[in-house]
Design a protein around this ligand. Sequence first.
Ligand code: SF4
Length: 333
Amino acid sequence: MANEKKAKGLSLFSGGLDSQLAIRVLERAGAYIEAITFVTPFFPADKAIAEAKKLGVKLHLIDFTDDEVALIENPPHGFGSAMNPCIDCHATMMKRAGELMNTLGFDFIATGEVINQRPMSQNKQALKTVEKSSGLEGRLVRPLSALLLDPSIPEQEGLIDRTKLCDLSGRRRERQAELAKELGITDYPSPGGGCKLTEDGFSRRLRDLMEHETLHERRLLDLLSVGRRFRLEKGSSLILGRDVNDNRLLASKSIDSDTVISPVSVPGPTGIIPRLISDEDMFDAAQIVCAWSKFDRFTGDAIVVKVTNNQNSREIKILPPYEREKFLPYQVL
Ligand code: SF4
């Protein structure tokens, strides 16, 4: 390249193949790239962290929880198929990325988007709209489809060698696989398993939390993925471990103000009530803990449970019958 200065780009990075290809293609085109991952309780960063390490690229982890929660509570363009405010989420990420670009003195933002991979949100017009509305006009590079788009400013200035960029389009993945091979990316995660906001079950839990408690407590958001969840008659929620790992996690995440219920006389799940509203809810929760415990249904013995709150513990006896069916209507599925 005639121009000796290297363009510096920040590339949005999920850890998925397209975001890896975007980085390698831009490096091949002469740019210096660092990665950005927006982190929320709805989009774990583990994959991005592991893949960035493998690629040897510096990763910026940006907490995006407050932005995402604000958009869930009030999405100007509404939701996708579940509680995913994709249009506004995407635009806000671009805006935040642009701010970081200016703060860190980078030249452009990049994404691994491929034209028409998602016909509604990734057609040529939609990509142009995002570029304009994020204030990144000319500074947003989509290296995987760049040859089908207008040249960005760094390309025009010769800081990125446009001839090394790609012309990928559509949903088929063969070209990405070929490109990965060409660029030496051999071990990459399979697509999917990304944003929980697109999942129906998770979205129902999230809506339940939003309607009855708050989305502004990080711990409650983290707990949305754990165990079974019940919304009890007086309004408290019960989170019940499904297995030994859940029970451990719930015990480790509980704080003094939680009401923690666990069976003493039989093996069974740990349940936590983050905000206990009434004694009726506490007794219902204790019955649920018993109903999901491993009891001998023929002996008719009472189950002893321990109830702890603010470091005070007491044991209470819950008498049979322990009926799961009675409480199924309270489960948030
Ligand atoms: S899938 Fe999730 S992270 Fe991605 S744009 Fe939609 S809401 Fe945002």
